[in-house]
Design a protein around this ligand. Structure first.
Ligand code: GDP
Length: 453
């Protein structure tokens, strides 16, 4: 296999940049461009050691830096790896990479280092995918999920299921292939128990996808309420004053803006913020089908009511519109004297918070409520969580094959037919973990990576 190289750090100015070289000739190539000040030869460096020295191209000295050597198989990719840490300028970093390529390395494709790690058995496919997730994780809980995926939590969970099925397949094969031998008959009811357990575990695993999705993608949120109840104030609190958009937009075209507010581990995607902020006219529009669609599309509606005013016709209209929706009723302006019929709000909403949008502490109250609604704090990252569409599809397909197998068994079809279905289910699980996977799938997974990873 060729020896590849790429810049492993972001394409931006920073303290240091790392140029990673991996492959059979990694150390030989490093020796051509890196010269330790100690005079020691790079080819004599042991794994897990580094040296300070000069980086040179054919044209002369480029920089000084640190070379770290990893000897196969004890490296990220499982191959010999040399990493040059140089000064983090874009120009100098590119020049060092250029020198490395001139010395015989090939530019790495996106995700190629991690792909090699997978092909060399350093990582399972789900662990490799977790590498991308760790890099992308924006919040603590999501980061924990990615870490546990990286530690192989999902792999182990899925493997336990596939192992039990492989065991069953073994028994079935023996029974089908050697009927004349003295092999205990495979008992249909035992098989049903094993299959049932597998299906129920897979369904549990499938559920983690939706839970994780909330963390990954955020919650589509609409804030509604009649004018003056404090929607803009709440929005500004959520977004933080400094970050809020204050630009006056001239003309009649109303910009639809989407902004995100981070509340603990949850990201609320607030649509049409400019509209609400500018005119507060959501209620005026509530009859307009567009707004209604918005409400329908929202996964969460924050309905704001004014504690200092009695409920009005518009409030009732909103309450009516929100029946059956996932909503939090915010009784706002609780620092003011109560005129609102709170009991009525509590009767009509499962989730109510009493806050003042002018008080920062309100954010915690709202966060706790939303976490409770979406149960995000109950997500157990260490249990193994499905992280992407590919993994989800594998679990879905496996589940449906196994359900078919149960049906086949119950309706008295041949054990051959049952075997085929279980085998199909197992192959989806092996595809998920990457134990049996086509090159096309592997390429697809790694194409989402960045170069240098
Ligand atoms: P919107 O029309 O729903 O967007 O309402 P605004 O956010 O513009 O707020 C209307 C008025 O209520 C403004 O004068 C705010 O300063 C005030 N306001 C908003 N929230 C509170 C609150 O919690 N307590 C008090 N006392 N005033 C508030």
């Amino acid at each position: 296999m060729s020896t590849i190289a790429a810049i492993a750090t972001p394409r931006a100015v920073g303290g240091i940049s790392v140029i990673r070289i991996s492959g059979e000739k990694a150390i030989e190539i490093a020796e051509k461009v890196f010269f330790p000040v100690s005079g020691k030869k790079v080819s004599e460096m042991k794994g897990y050691t580094c040296a300070f020295g000069k980086v040179k191209s054919a044209d002369g000295e480029l920089d000084e830096g640190i070379l770290t050597i990893f000897r196969a198989p004890k490296s990220y990719t499982g191959e010999d790896v040399a990493e040059i840490s140089c000064h983090g300028g874009i120009f100098v970093t590119n020049e060092v990479l250029r020198a490395v390529i001139a010395a015989g390395a090939e530019p790495a494709q996106a995700g190629e280092f991690t792909k090699r790690a997978f092909l060399n058995g350093k990582l399972s496919l789900t662990q490799a995918e977790a590498v991308a997730d760790i890099i992308a994780a924006q919040g603590r809980q999501l980061h924990k999920c990615a870490l546990s995926l990286h530690e192989g939590a999902l792999f182990k969970r899925v493997k336990a299921v596939s192992d039990s099925l492989v065991h069953l397949l073994g028994e079935l094969a023996a029974w089908v292939d050697y009927p004349e031998e003295d092999i205990p008959e495979v008992d249909a009811s035992n098989m049903l128990i094993t299959l049932g357990k597998a299906v129920s575990e897979l369904k549990k695993i499938l559920k983690t996808y939706d839970e994780g999705k909330i963390l990954r993608e955020g919650i589509d949120t609409a804030i509604i309420g009649k004018p003056n109840v404090g929607k803009s104030t709440l929005m500004n609190l959520l977004l933080g004053y400094e970050r809020s958009i204050v630009t006056e937009i001239a003309g009649t075209t109303r910009d639809i803006v989407e902004e995100s507010a981070r509340l603990g581990d949850i990201v609320l995607r607030l649509s049409d913020t400019a509209g609400i902020r500018k005119t507060g006219d959501v209620v005026e529009n509530i009859g307009v089908s567009l707004s209604l669609k918005k409400l329908d599309a929202a996964q969460l509606v924050i309905a704001v009511f004014d504690n200092s005013k009695e409920l009005s016709h518009e409030d009732f209209q909103i309450i009516e519109k929100l029946q059956g929706k996932t909503a939090v009723a915010v009784i706002n302006k609780c620092d003011k004297e109560n005129m609102l019929d709170k009991a009525f709000i509590y009767e009509n909403f499962e989730n109510v918070v009493e806050i003042s949008a002018k008080d920062e502490k309100s954010l915690d109250v709202l966060r706790e409520k939303i976490e409770k609604i979406f149960k995000t704090s109950e997500i157990d990252p260490s249990a193994g969580v499905i992280a992407n569409e590919r993994q989800k599809r594998c679990v879905q397909m496996a589940t449906s094959s196994l359900e078919d197998a149960v049906f086949a068994l119950e309706s008295g079809q041949t054990l051959d037919a049952v075997t085929v279905l279980i085998d199909e289910g197992v192959s989806y699980l092996l595809e998920l973990t990457g134990e049996r996977v086509s090159e096309a799938v592997v390429n697809e997974v790694f194409s989402h990576f960045c170069v240098g990873k």
